[in-house]
Design a protein around this ligand. Structure first.
Ligand SMILES: C[S@@+](CC[C@H](N)C(=O)[O-])C[C@H]1O[C@@H](n2cnc3c(N)ncnc32)[C@H](O)[C@@H]1O
Length: 259
């Protein structure tokens, strides 16, 4: 297996890669939501909703312990919250970029945030690194992540850390971009590699992040390899569900009941 992890330009090792990713997201946080919706023509909302729906059974259990890791500005967290019952245990929403997380916390935060009804489901923000989660082993029923896993400095270490904190039978969902094949793939490649970085630079005033996005997707293991890595790190029932012609897709798996 040739998989390792994200390597933004200039990063020579895993610590450098993580630092570069964190700084990049801190710097684009003020424009992140706007750009996301513009660049994806709001299709990202459908992807988050579809991902949340996939896990509705576990989300419907009031006592389920749920983590949205790499939650960023919290849109997946908001979609997950729609499936939580009143009075449910809060979702943990974690990210290592304080600038992204603080924006998320304004959307999904606890009873003090906005005009929340008493008992309405909410999430708590946790500043944490996905590769070193400050959580007890075997404590979570569900880990979900959207467009963050691809940015981890070591994919295998990420899967192992998620495995450590999941309960036996606990579920994992990883939503991320993919490179579709055929004609759609060719058209999309032009948009993704040329148009998207140009718009990103125009709106953000920074070239780096939106040049890095297509490069990081190109370096991310294709579905077959990701599924193999999930199985090798202790997950069962591993599947990949393509979304929108395979532009994105959801990896699902469960921690083996006896591990
Ligand atoms: C592309 S954003 C996705 C945010 C959000 N999940 C969404 O769907 O819009 C990726 C996020 O992953 C976070 N991230 C990347 N590597 C991380 C790590 N090792 N630990 C915690 N967060 C990380 C970044 O800070 C960023 O907020």
């Amino acid at each position: 297996m040739g998989v390792s992890g994200a390597r933004p330009p200039g990063a020579v090792d895993e610590a450098g890669a993580a630092e570069a990713v964190r700084e990049m997201f801190d710097s684009i946080a003020p424009r992140y939501d706007l750009l996301n919706h513009v660049l994806s023509a709001n299709v990202d909302r459908l992807w988050w909703r579809r991902t949340a729906r996939r896990f509705r059974e576990v989300l419907a259990r009031p006592d389920a312990a749920v983590l949205d890791i790499c939650c960023g500005t919290g849109d997946l967290t908001m979609a997950l919250l729609k499936h939580r019952p009143a009075g449910a245990r809060p979702i943990l929403a974690a990210d290592f970029s304080r600038a992204m997380l603080s924006r998320g916390a304004r959307k999904f935060g606890g009873p003090g945030v906005g005009a929340r009804k008493p008992g309405a489901p909410y999430a708590v923000a946790l500043e944490a690194d996905a590769l070193h989660l400050p959580l007890q082993s075997g404590s979570l029923d569900l880990i979900v992540t959207a467009f963050g896993f691809r940015n981890l400095a070591n994919y295998e270490a990420g899967l192992r850390e998620f495995h450590r904190v999941l309960k036996p039978d606990g579920q994992l969902g990883i939503l991320d971009f993919s490179e579709p094949g055929g004609l759609v793939g060719k058209a999309y490649a032009v948009y993704f590699r040329r148009v998207l970085p140009a718009i990103g630079q125009l709106v953000c005033g920074k070239a780096g992040a939106y040049n890095y996005l297509p490069v990081s997707v190109g370096n991310f293991p294709p579905p077959g390899e990701m599924l193999e890595l999930m199985r090798a790190t202790g997950y069962v029932e591993c599947e990949w569900q393509p979304y929108t012609f395979g532009i994105a897709g959801l990896y699902t798996g469960a921690r083996a009941a006896i591990a």
